[in-house]
Design a protein around this ligand. Structure first.
Ligand code: ZN
Length: 197
């Protein structure tokens, strides 16, 4: 038996997940077919629907939230003189775990990549420009990864956001080259933030 025709739709579905190839997707599909109860299926459908209906992007920083304005943006104790720019919401969760940063965030939702056809317009960089033009904003910390796309994005942002009285720094020192914040441990993130340049 070469192809598992009866599991095809499920295999195709699992292949949409990042890092899941056909082999893993097939394993997952078999698992669902063999082990999932009626209740498991109902819970899965409910969880997917709830996420799809309630989770949205924060109006201010773009992070994923179930409110119009996220918890961090609406927290008056957060320092709005600093904006830390990341690729996605997962990066914020990693930085928050390190507990060394108390400023605000901005989520790009991607990185500039000519090869993938992602330019500045796709990343709502104009919205970030508006935020950093606020006189309260004194520092922008660029925390995109040290991959070619991460570096291109950081260089581009440095160029367009640059203005008098605005410090632009870059973190990543201590993070593995080419590595994402997502995979760094809390101490490494803390050190990277302290030694930003
Ligand atoms: Zn927010």
């Amino acid at each position: 038996m070469k192809e598992v025709k009866f599991l095809e739709s499920l295999i195709e579905f699992f292949q949409k997940f990042p890092g899941v190839g056909k082999k893993t997707a097939t394993r997952y599909a078999y698992y669902v077919a063999e082990k999932f109860t009626d209740e498991d299926i109902e819970n899965a459908i409910k969880a997917f629907k709830e996420t799809h209906e309630n989770v949205k992007h924060c109006n201010c920083c773009n992070m994923l939230t179930n409110q119009d304005v996220c918890e961090i943006c609406s927290d008056p104790s957060r320092d709005d003189s600093q904006v830390l720019v990341v690729k996605d919401t997962k990066d914020i969760l990693s930085i928050e775990k390190a507990r060394t940063y108390n400023g605000k965030y901005y989520v790009l939702g991607g990185l500039i990549s000519i090869l993938d056809g992602i330019g500045p317009d796709e990343l709502q960089i104009d919205k970030l420009e508006t935020i950093t033009k606020n006189p309260n904003c004194k520092e922008v910390i660029l925390a995109t990864s040290f991959t070619p796309a991460g570096e291109t994005t950081a260089l581009y942002l440095e160029k367009v956001l640059s203005r008098d009285n605005l410090k632009i720094s870059r973190i990543g020192y201590g993070l593995p080259a080419g590595g994402d914040i997502e995979y760094a441990d809390e101490r490494t993130i803390g050190r990277a933030l302290e030694s930003r340049r």
